[in-house]
Every structure is written in C-alpha cells, then in structure tokens.
Design a protein around this ligand. Structure first.
Ligand code: C2E
Ligand code: CA
Ligand code: CA
Ligand code: CA
Length: 278
C-alpha cells in the first residue's frame, strides 16, 4: 500500500510540474503575443429588445497566433491574472476599447455603451482608478458610455474597499455592471450596499429557458431583483427567438448573444452596423 501511495504522489507531483511548465510557456507566449500584436479586440452587440436596435457593445479580447491558432481568453486570462500581467494587459484593453468606441461615435454617433471586462486583480490594484482616469481623458467620449464589468468574486472582497472603489468610478462618471450574475454563490445582501448600474444574467440560466416553460424561475427572480434595486438587467448568451420572447415576457428588455450578433473585429462590426442601421 505504501508503494501505491508513493506512486500516486510521484504522479501527482509530475502533473503539477507539467501544469506549471505549461502555464510558464503560456505566459511567455502571451508576453510575446502582446509585443508582436497577436492580441486584438472584438465587440459583441447588445440589443434593446423594445426597439431591436443596438445600444451597446461588450469588448472581448482575442489571441490569434502567427500560425493562425486561436487561443481562447478562458485559457490565457487566468495565466495573465496569476502572473500580474493582466494589469498591463488590462490598460491596453481599456485603451483599445475606448479608442474603437471613439471611432464608432465619430462615424455613427449612436451613443453606444462600451462594456469592458475588469479582472479582480485589476480591480484590486492600487493604480486602478488612475488608469481609468488616464484612459478616459485620452478620448472624446461621454463617460456614462463606459461600463466596467466585474464579477461577484470582486464583491466578495473587503466590502468597504469595494464600495469606495465603486463610488470613485461613479464619481468619474462611468458605470459598473455585475457580470455572470447568479453563478458566484455569494450572499445577495451585498447588492443592497454596493451600487451597480446593471446586472448581467449569466448564460447558464438563459440556456435553461430553451425548452417548454421550464427554466424561467431564476431569470425571473434576477429580473425582479434588478428592478427592485433600481438596476438595469441584460441577458447574456441569447441564441434563440424563443429565449427573446420569454425574456420580454419577464420584462427584460436588453440582451446579447449569437442570436443578434457574435463578437466581431472592428472591420466586421462596421459592416454589421452599416446593415443594422440601414
Ligand atoms: P464573459 O465576460 O462572460 O463573456 C461572455 C462570453 O460569452 C464571451 O466568450 C462571448 O464570446 C460568449 N458569448 C456571447 N454570446 C454567446 C452566445 O450566444 N453563445 C455562446 N455559446 N457564447 C456566447 P469569450 O470571448 O470566449 O470570453 C470568455 C471569458 O473570458 C469572458 O467571459 C471573460 O471572463 C474573459 N474575457 C474575455 N475578454 C476579456 C477581457 O478583455 N478582459 C478580461 N479581464 N477578461 C476577458
Ligand atoms: Ca463580461
Ligand atoms: Ca458574462
Ligand atoms: Ca445606469
């Protein structure tokens, strides 16, 4: 029995070493990718279900290596977070998204909102607010067009710090959304003490709205909660007309998902917008 246990331990150590090695390679690759312009932003439309018109975009990062391989953000964002590279990368993301929004405003003047994902590591960083200030000052945008998306894991930090940071973001004129809402297992009472402008209902709940009348219970609860707490609510990952109808029936009038548009690079987005506003 002793040998078996030792054998497992060796194998386990081996696994960890392999994983650490892979993360190290990923981090090296990511640093290089950043320097060599393999990273770019894509934007997914957010739709006002009352008018059917676009009213916002979510900025999402992409990594396409020189040989054409796409590496999904779910794989490299965690590596960027644990190494701290996300702070520098996050500045680049913010700057790119705001520059692209300014360009879209100059061309289309739609007053679109831009949602920018913020990692908890960025949010906690002492220089975070200065970075926001600097980036906002670079561009000619109305500040309430800018919305930072943070997850519930941020809300589980020290609540006074979170509250102070949110207030400072609001003082700058920007907005804050809570992302992947309902997946964080956190205590709901933080919603009463922290001020978010918008709740984003996680795709996993929207997926369950596809069959029969099942699966609307949690979305309905979230939509009502949002209304009671004076937040707007947007559904994520909407893929079918049926989901759209159900959401409207529950008084949710904002959505994003493949049903309306996939995340697009700037060139595709402009073609999409030309068709959309025509
Ligand atoms: P997220 O913020 O929850 O982003 C939504 C994800 O759902 C995106 O995946 C988007 O492409 C995908 N999606 C949108 N509509 C649909 C749909 O109808 N069906 C399906 N199947 N998927 C849909 P993506 O771009 O792969 O990003 C995954 C996660 O990586 C994001 O989740 C976010 O946590 C992180 N991420 C992406 N870009 C950034 C970034 O610029 N900064 C940071 N900090 N994190 C990012
Ligand atoms: Ca998001
Ligand atoms: Ca989300
Ligand atoms: Ca608002």
């Amino acid at each position: 029995a002793k040998d078996i246990i030792r054998g497992d331990a060796v194998e386990y150590t081996h696994e960890i070493e392999k994983e650490t090695h892979q993360r190290m390679l990923m981090l090296q690759g990511l640093r290089k990718a950043h320097a060599e312009h393999e990273l770019f932003m894509v934007y997914q439309p957010q739709i006002d279900l009352n008018t059917g018109k676009i009213n916002g975009l979510e900025a999402l990062i992409r990594w396409k290596t020189h040989n054409g391989t796409m590496i999904p953000p779910d794989q490299f964002i965690p590596v960027a977070e644990s190494s701290g590279l996300i702070v520098q990368l996050g500045e680049w993301i913010m700057c790119s998204a705001l520059r692209d929004l300014e360009h879209l405003e100059n061309r289309y003047a739609l007053g679109l909102q831009m949602g920018i994902n913020i990692s908890p590591v960025q949010f906690r960083h002492p220089n975070f607010l200065n970075t926001i200030k600097t980036e906002l000052n670079k561009f000619n945008l109305s500040r309430n067009q800018v919305e930072f998306e943070i997850t519930e894991s941020v809300a589980m930090m020290d609540i006074d710090t979170v509250r102070a940071t949110l207030k400072q973001i609001h003082d700058l004129g920007a907005q804050v959304a809570i992302d992947d809402f309902g997946t964080g297992f956190s205590c709901l009472s933080y919603l009463e003490t922290l001020h978010f402008d918008r709740l984003k209902i996680d795709k996993s709940f929207i997926d369950k709205m596809s069959n029969e009348n099942a699966g609307t219970y949690i979305p309905e609860m979230i939509i009502n909660l949002g209304r009671d707490l004076d937040m707007s609510v947007i559904a994520e990952g909407v893929e079918t007309q049926e989901q759209v109808s159900r959401l409207k029936g529950l008084n949710c009038f904002e959505a994003q998902g493949y049903f309306f548009g996939k995340p697009m690079d700037m060139k595709s987005l402009e073609i999409w917008l030309d068709g959309h506003i025509a």
